[in-house]
Design a protein around this ligand. Structure first.
Ligand code: B12
Length: 486
């Protein structure tokens, strides 16, 4: 880990990087989209997935950081500061790796799980004498609370929201003498009003080239098909048609937009040819937001005769016809993960899941009968959940056990920043004691008596109920970070 890294000869307009700790499932789609956008505008850009590269130096002590198991230690300031010594080897590696580039600028993708570590990397780069400006973008830049985790000056420029249009403009502005003034961009010295950044939205997704995974080393990623081939992500849409009370994607991520299915198919075809990929993971918040687009994509795959497979998450819609589901199956759709969340109609109504659209029992039955595997996500302890509403989830699982192949995610409800509940906790009957984001999100109290311990108890009961029913639980994903608080 201490060997010197060779200096890359070329000068790059920008080096994009994703620092530890994030998922290792598939290469980061955001960075690949930005590389494609920058290169299409003539910039010399390169992407380095330090998260995946650093994982080669993992040890039993460090491994849990790459799973969900140490999320609280990454997001909470005090807990994170206690980890810094343990992470010093990885920090050295990241800095030496980046210093090996002649870069005019560095751009980092920041998530809540890597924001604090990325700030350390940027500081260390400067201490090592790097003068190239540092740009931060990615989901945490859209969340005012998470932007405030950064010390002033951690980054020279912050960009909130979709980066395709803005990042080329920012890089261009760095060559001139005037900073780019834009409601989604915060230039150094002007970051005193971080609450006022408006996340940028790319409205026409088809006006940008498909993500460029370039020479990404796919062996660094974990998700593989049964033949051992690495899977690649595809993003067919952004935003969501739902407005769930617990989610922040609709408050921060812009309206629901779809790509032309022809473009999506061409991207899959290209990746199949270049990387030998056969299975694609759709990263869309909902892959079935537009059923006509979904059907067109399945027709294109069927007509091509390519033996592709795909999977993703969707709304448990009651209006997916047998015809559509049969076509989806024929085109290689292997599995849909439905955001069921609760077996109680009343709770789903309080979550603001549109009853007109959402019909989990119907969606599970029809999907299963079409031969598509079904997975579900579940959440316990939603504000106001009574014991009988919790039991309704157990009953739902019992009644539909033969239609559910997998419980993919199960966690106790926590408050997502900038979600409707975060913005107005009292209207959901809850109070949020404590100052730290972790306490606020996880240790909230319900006016009906809901406590962390009660929710934790329900979570454990739910997990053992699922296990007793013999439904598969993805144990890698399911250990909830909240349990690390105890
Ligand atoms: C797919 C996905 C996953 C996959 C990851 C697959 C993978 N290989 O990365 C899985 C299921 C594993 C996953 C896990 C988790 N995820 Co996730 N996930 C997503 C999801 C749905 C899509 C990501 C994606 O591909 N987006 C499409 C690309 C094109 O968008 P993008 O990455 O945001 O990039 C754009 C902009 O952000 C910007 N940008 C990005 N980088 C940069 C850099 C610069 C310099 C600039 C200028 C701009 C810029 O430009 C890009 C192009 O427009 C998002 C939700 C969403 N709407 O994005 C959540 C999301 C990223 N996940 C989130 C979270 C919290 C998690 C978990 C921590 C969940 C949990 N509690 O357990 C875990 C993390 C696990 C881990 N160890 O890290 C949060 C992050 C919140 C935050 N504030 O950081 C999101 C935003 C969901 C949400 N709204 O809360 N996730």
């Amino acid at each position: 880990m201490n060997q010197r890294l060779p200096l890359n000869g070329d000068v790059h307009d920008i080096v994009l990087a994703v620092c530890p700790f994030c998922s290792l499932d598939t290469p980061p789609a955001g960075m690949a989209s930005l590389l494609a956008a920058l290169r299409s505008r003539g910039f010399e850009a390169v992407g380095v997935d330090l998260n995946a590269e650093a994982h080669r130096f993992s040890s039993p002590e460090l491994e849990p950081f790459w799973d969900l198991h140490r999320v609280p230690d990454l997001v909470d300031a005090d807990r994170f500061s206690r980890q810094v010594d343990l992470l010093s080897g990885i920090l050295d590696f990241c800095c030496r790796r980046l210093s090996s580039y002649h870069a005019r600028a560095f751009g980092f993708t920041i998530f809540n799980t890597n924001v604090r570590f990325t700030a350390l990397v940027a500081d260390r780069l400067r201490q090592a004498g790097t003068t190239a400006p540092v740009i931060f973008g990615g989901p945490s830049c859209s969340v005012p609370g998470e932007r405030r985790w950064l010390d002033p000056g951690s980054a020279d420029i912050l960009v909130a929201g979709d980066g395709e249009e803005l990042l080329p403009d920012v890089v261009r502005s760095l060559c001139g003498s005037t900073a780019l003034e834009h409601p989604s961009v915060c230039n150094s010295g002007h970051c005193d009003r971080p609450d006022q950044l408006t996340p940028a939205v790319v409205h026409d997704l088809d006006s940008w080239p498909s993500p460029d995974y370039g020479s990404a080393d796919l062996t660094l990623y974990r998700r593989r098909d049964p033949e051992g081939r690495r899977m690649l992500p595809v993003v067919g849409s952004r935003g969501c048609i739902m407005r769930c009370a617990f989610c922040n994607d609709h408050t921060l991520g812009g309206p629901f937009r779809v790509r032309n299915p022809e473009n999506v198919f061409r991207e899959m075809e290209r990746h199949a040819e270049r990387y030998g990929t056969r299975t694609f993971v759709f990263n869309d918040l909902v892959m079935n937001g537009r059923l006509d687009v979904l059907e067109r994509l399945s027709d294109l795959i069927i007509d091509s005769g390519l033996p592709l497979r795909w999977l993703g998450q969707g709304i448990p819609r009651g209006d997916m016809s047998d015809r559509l589901l049969a076509r989806l199956r024929r085109s290689g759709l292997e599995m849909i993960t439905f955001g069921v969340e609760s077996g109680s109609d009343a709770i789903r109504a309080r979550m603001k899941k549109t009853a007109r659209l959402v019909d989990p029992a119907h969606a599970l039955r029809n999907t299963h009968l079409a031969g598509i595997r079904t997975a579900i996500n579940l959440m316990v302890g939603f504000p106001g959940e009574t014991e009988s509403e919790f039991t309704a989830t157990l009953d739902f699982l019992d009644r539909h056990r033969d239609l559910i192949d997998e419980v993919e995610n199960v966690h106790m409800f926590y408050i997502t920043p900038m979600s409707p509940i975060d913005r107005s906790p009292e209207s959901f009957g809850i109070s949020t004691p404590g100052d730290s984001p972790l306490e606020r999100s996880t240790l909230w109290k319900g006016m009906d008596g809901s406590t962390y311990d009660l929710r934790r108890d329900r979570l454990l009961r739910l997990v053992s109920f699922v296990e007793d029913l013999g439904i598969t639980i993805d144990t890698h994903r399911m250990v909830p970070p909240e349990l690390q608080l105890t």
